[in-house]
Design a protein around this ligand. Structure first.
Ligand code: SF4
Length: 441
């Protein structure tokens, strides 16, 4: 979400005549899009602003902070940053800069095209700002902001507010433009994407209907591209979503469905509003409708009061649901979240140990799955080159990381066919067969 927000900040600053500098030392304006999911990133913010405020002794510098900021942090940041604003007020950033009294490009008369999409009267709303995408083939499209779920470990509802859905016409327009520009991977973004439209029951379509419209767009296009979404919530997951994905080739056969814990009591304590049985029913439906789909999840280990037995229930859930990938976090209390008031009573060494044990289970499951891909041919979106070798890297439609035994930089940004020749716990490797730039409708 911060990447996507950052692309809109970049567009606004670009329009105001600023250009990106290579180092902070050369910048006239420096800003941070904060993440309040954990305390560590917020601690880094305090270090950074102290450094920037020292730099102000020697030069003109404007500082701002936006993104996910808790009310308590906001109060402190107001004394440290020049501007503190929610992303929904990004449109006011140019005025804030102009009013600051420092000569900046923003005070000049500007030429060129506005980044604001022309088809909406409310041209300054955040979502209507045409972003400066940071990639030429992968893009994020926000569809929803905020969350009504109130999980006890999470501060998002207090930083991003209640759920608000973006008008579907705007979403479809942005996706269509991206497809026309040749984008290959488009990710629909939100804190709780599959509750899309529930805040406007009489005026908006449902998430399944939104996906269906995007699916039709893909069906009528000659381009090959994949549409993902993150993150959905199990309690709002309509099985119709799986049926829609099955019917349209552009809707990626990959589902990220956060489980957080495999223990019923912990799920209640987390206020997750779903139980393991509900999750099981969803996975059963998913496997029946989309047998080829990969399944990713999010898990917290060491949540307040988690016993060894409760942790074992999560291990069993991993074995049962056979996740291809899991983002495993060791619990840490976040000020602002309900669980911050509770005893963080699982020792750090136990959290680390459970993290390692669960990772080992995940690796065994994903290795088994990945080895089955050896000998098959798969489509891979080439995203770049490996850090330490000249070989290309990318991912399959199911978002499995794939090493490509080729070095042609011209393949970056393309979907190609790859024959898988080896696999390990974390990735596949194969040889390219043929470049796929277009398909027949
Ligand atoms: Fe946070 Fe829960 Fe909402 Fe996800 S669903 S953003 S974890 S409150």
């Amino acid at each position: 979400m911060n990447t996507s927000d950052g692309e809109r900040v970049r567009a606004v600053l670009d329009w105001e005549g600023f250009s990106e500098t290579l180092t902070e030392d050369d910048a006239d304006i420096l800003g941070i899009l904060a993440c309040s999911v954990r305390q560590k990133p917020i601690d880094k913010v305090y270090n950074k602003i102290a450094e920037w405020n020292r730099a102000k002794n020697h030069r003109n510098l404007i500082t701002f902070i936006s993104g996910c900021v808790l009310p308590a942090d906001r109060k402190k940041f107001l004394k440290l940053f020049d501007f503190v604003f929610p992303m929904s007020e990004l449109n006011q950033l140019p005025e804030m800069i102009r009013g600051y009294g420092v000569a900046t490009p923003a005070s000049l008369k500007l030429q060129g095209n506005s980044p604001i999409l022309p088809n909406n009267e409310n041209i300054f709303s955040l979502w209507n700002i045409r972003p400066k995408y940071s990639s030429g083939f992968e893009a994020y499209v926000p569809i929803q902001n905020g969350c009504d779920k109130m999980c006890t470990f999470c501060a998002v509802p207090y930083t991003r507010g209640r759920e608000v859905s973006r008008p579907s016409a705007e979403i479809l327009d942005e996706v269509e433009q991206l497809v026309k520009q040749g984008y290959k991977a488009i990710t629909l973004l939100g804190q709780n994407v599959n509750s899309y439209g529930l805040d406007k029951p009489n005026d908006e379509i449902s998430f399944a209907e939104l996906l269906e419209k995007i699916g039709w767009l893909g069906d009528s296009s000659h381009e090959e591209f994949w549409v993902y979404f993150t993150s959905p919530h199990p309690s709002d997951m309509d099985p119709k979503v799986f049926e829609v994905i099955a019917q349209h080739r552009c809707l990626a056969k990959q589902i990220h469905l956060p489980l957080q814990s495999g223990d019923e009591k912990l799920l209640i304590r987390m206020n997750r509003r779903h139980d393991v049985e509900t999750y099981r029913e969803l996975v059963t439906k998913l496997r029946a409708t989309l047998p080829q789909a990969t399944l990713f999840t999010d898990i917290i280990v060491g949540f307040c009061g988690e016993t060894e037995e409760q942790f074992q229930n999560t291990v069993e859930a991993f074995k049962e649901f056979r996740f291809n990938m899991a983002y495993i976090a060791q619990y840490s209390p976040r000020p602002g979240a309900a669980s911050h008031r509770w005893d963080d009573d699982v020792p750090i060494n136990i959290k680390k140990e459970r993290h390692l044990r669960l990772t080992e289970v995940l690796k065994r499951i994903s290795l088994k799955h990945n080895l089955k891909q050896v000998g098959t041919t798969v489509k891979v979106l080439v995203t770049g080159t490996e850090q330490r070798t000249p070989y290309l890297t990318g991912y399959t439609e199911g978002r499995l990381v794939t090493r490509i035994l080729a070095t042609e930089g011209s393949l970056i940004g393309k979907i190609i066919t790859v024959k898988i020749i080896t696999a390990n716990e974390l990735s596949l490797a194969g040889e390219p067969l043929l470049v796929t730039t277009a398909i027949t409708a």
